[in-house]
Design a protein around this ligand. Structure first.
Ligand code: SF4
Length: 90
């Protein structure tokens, strides 16, 4: 499962971050979602689907037709987290 987020739609409720902190984080400045793990591990797919369904603003979605070409690279989540926190929000 491949996820995408629309940060412009995100209202910063934090529900996804609370439910799946390995997949989502929030920008420290405005609370908008940061997608840490776009390619969701098979073991986390039900959790990710739950987050898609429960996002109050519809900001999280599954990329239609996406398949796993290869397993996502392991590790370096903290580096990605730092880069996304400093990225523009729109
Ligand atoms: S649940 Fe939706 S609205 Fe709330 S922080 Fe996550 S993406 Fe944003």
């Amino acid at each position: 499962m491949l996820l995408q987020v629309d940060r412009a739609r995100c209202c910063g409720s934090g529900m996804c971050t609370l439910r799946a902190p390995a997949i989502f984080d929030q920008n420290e400045e405005d609370g908008t979602v940061i997608l840490l793990q776009p390619q969701v591990r098979e073991s986390d797919e039900n959790l990710a689907a739950e987050c898609v369904q429960n996002c109050p603003s519809g900001a999280i979605s599954v990329v239609p037709g996406a398949t796993f070409a290869k397993k996502p690279a392991a590790g370096n989540t903290e580096s990605l987290r730092r880069r996304l926190r400093s990225a523009p929000t729109s």
